[in-house]
Design a protein around this ligand. Structure first.
Ligand SMILES: Cc1ncc(C[n+]2csc(CCOP(=O)(O)OP(=O)(O)O)c2C)c(N)n1
Ligand SMILES: [Mg+2]
Length: 287
């Protein structure tokens, strides 16, 4: 059955506001990992607004699905989604990255509602996810674990130990999401250490595997629906190829590096271009 166009339009609006929130936070500090945030906004929109069970007023509700951000440096992206989800107050955007803010530049569980783990030490998120998913199963909970990891983390042995464990324990309540932006700290990921064929590797580790254009909402919805609704006893992974800076043309075109520079005068241009891409006028921004 095809995906309702109305559902896609709703997700498009969520993705727009996630992107906008991330840019507004970047503007507060004059910096931030906005390239990654813009790249992964469509993935976050589909995860949070189509599949995750959560109560905005009670972020620690026992029956919630847990979204684990393995990549702590992507915190700005998750904050943008948590604001859109109503878990973090919109006013916190203005405090992003400042002393005593609940939105520190790297994601930390103790600071932020909805930030389930402290994930900045890369390569450990999936292992934590395996433990949590196993715990939930043993408690006969219906909750799921979603774990967002990066292509850089595919270079970490611990990721593959966790992947093997998840299949061994038949963790059908675990959905891994890999953001393949072909970038990591030192260079393009494919240059640093070739990780292809990614899908074949996850499959060989015993996972149900999808690989999609992570900036195509229809493709994301199809893959996530299939992953969540599958009745197999395997863990599931959705591998998402994303474009850093997606939704802001001049950032899409800028030379890709781990930390894409945005100059002081460019934040307003970025917000303006985002509105143009989405066909949004000033009055509509907060709708
Ligand atoms: C265990 C560990 N090693 C190194 C780092 C330093 N580091 C921070 S971000 C990063 C890049 C990792 O790749 P990826 O998440 O794909 O980067 P991006 O796509 O954001 O450029 C590295 C190596 C770290 N945080 N943790
Ligand atoms: Mg990367």
């Amino acid at each position: 059955m095809g995906v309702e166009q109305n559902d896609i339009e709703q997700l498009r609006q969520h993705a727009y506001r996630i992107r906008r929130n991330a840019l507004l936070m970047g503007e507060v500090q004059g910096q931030g990992y906005v390239g990654q945030a813009l790249g992964v906004s469509d993935v976050l929109a589909v995860a949070y607004f189509r599949h995750l069970n959560f109560k905005p007023s009670d972020p620690e509700w026992e029956g919630r699905d847990r979204f684990l951000l393995s990549i702590g440096h992507y915190a700005i992206a998750l904050y943008a989604a948590l604001v859109e989800a109503g878990i973090v107050d919109e006013q916190e955007i203005d405090n992003y990255g400042s002393d005593d803010s609940i939105l520190p530049m790297s994601g930390m569980a103790a600071y932020t509602p909805g930030m389930e783990i402290t994930g900045g030490s890369l390569g450990h998120g999936l292992g934590i996810g395996v433990g949590m998913a196993l715990g939930l199963k043993r408690k006969q909970s219906a909750s799921r674990i979603y774990n967002l990891l990066s292509d850089g983390e595919l270079n970490e042995g611990a990721t593959w130990e966790a992947a093997a464990s998840a299949a061994h324990w038949k963790l059908d309540n675990l959905v891994a999401i890999v953001d393949v932006n072909d970038q990591q700290a030192d260079d393009k990921s494919s240059t640093v250490l070739n990780y292809e064929p990614i899908a074949d590797k996850w499959q060989a580790f015993g996972w149900e595997t999808w690989r999609v254009d992570g900036n195509n909402l229809e493709a994301l919805v199809e893959a996530f629906d299939a992953a969540v609704n599958s009745t197999s006893d395997k863990p599931r992974v959705v591998i998402c190829n994303t474009l850093m800076g997606c939704g802001v043309p001049f950032l899409e075109e800028r030379d890709k590096t781990h930390f894409i520079r945005v100059d002081e005068n460019e934040w307003s241009l970025a917000l303006q271009q985002l509105d143009e891409v989405y066909g949004v006028t000033g009055q509509e921004q907060k709708a």
